[in-house]
Design a protein around this ligand. Sequence first.
Ligand code: HEM
Length: 373
Amino acid sequence: MLEDPYPHYAELREQYPIFWHEGMKSWVVTRYRDCRDVLRNHELFARDRRRVGEEIPEFRQSLQTLDPPDQAPLRSLIMNAFRSQDLDAVGERARARIQELFRKLAEQDSFDWMRDVAGPVALSITADLLGVPEPDPDLYSDISEGIAQRMDAGLKPANIEQGDLARTRLNALAEEWFAGDEQPGVLKDIKDRAARAGMPMHYISNSTGMMFNASYGTVFATAGNVALTLLRHPDALERLRDERLLRTGVDELVRYDGPAQGTSRVATRTTEIHGTTIEPGQIVLTLLAAANRDPREFPRPDELVLDRTPNRHLGFGWGTHACVGAMFGQVAIRELIVCLLAAPQRLRPAGTATRRQTATVRSLDVFPVAFDR
Ligand code: HEM
């Protein structure tokens, strides 16, 4: 299942468009249209658990936990801060960082793409974008993995303790960043905008760690998935020299094997999906990665079609909680591809790639590679 979940997803999509998963205590939805409808209908499917009577203390309320209408001012403030960043400059700094890494790594017989490229690139692009100091790579890698494991708590309850510890460590870092010297970047921009708008600062401080991890975790995992896909399809990598294909190809790589396999919402009222009754308070898990291979939406779904248009994939989510950093995730992937194509030697696998034992986040753990000599 970790190695290649897609045949299993195909079977689920055909036979079980919706099914009850006892371990996760959730309804799992597997087809594209149903997943998109759930994510789009925030009236009926909530992120904010207060809407079904749960208590969420103020110190945990953030961009991710609020729904419209409460979410609207915070979301538009954060979106505007992201949009006002200089995307080209972020891309140029990412490219310089990747080129520097590649120069050093070209001297080694082989290296681990995840530890030596995906990790440093995800860390530096995230810290640069938010305008916070780069944390220690080993410390952050542990935190990120703990949080990814925590997302699987429904499948593996034993992950809860470690995951909560990782969250506490992330919160401590986020407090330092929030109180620290202000550097240009998204965080300073958001704080300035919030002060001008008179928005309660706890929403911003609570969103800081979450934003850092949403960026690091997904860029790290995507960098691995994309490298594996392209080394398995060297012809596709070559074709990405074409600027037009690169533009559409980045999204296609996210659709084809993205890091976010699923996300969940909670029903606010009694409703039905494919004749199955969902009661208020029940969790609905949209299996994004299954939806992204649904042949009803994507012709030739199991093929990498670099010029796929339209490509309304759910790899960055959909609706009111869709990814706010998608354009920066796309820039990170684009720069990795550009640098791979510009490298004087060809990158090749140098051993067996192994996967992280996480289901919600699809990521490699170790990927031995080498530059040809
Ligand atoms: C290729 C890279 C990325 C992928 C595949 C990705 C994927 C996603 C997905 C699927 C969601 C929706 C989750 C849901 O509906 O429950 C999401 C939300 C989010 N992403 Fe990304 N993301 C990426 C990069 C980034 C970056 C660079 C940032 C920058 C900070 C970021 C920040 C966020 C935030 C803050 C949210 C929560 C939005 C909300 O709840 O309103 N992501 N992302």
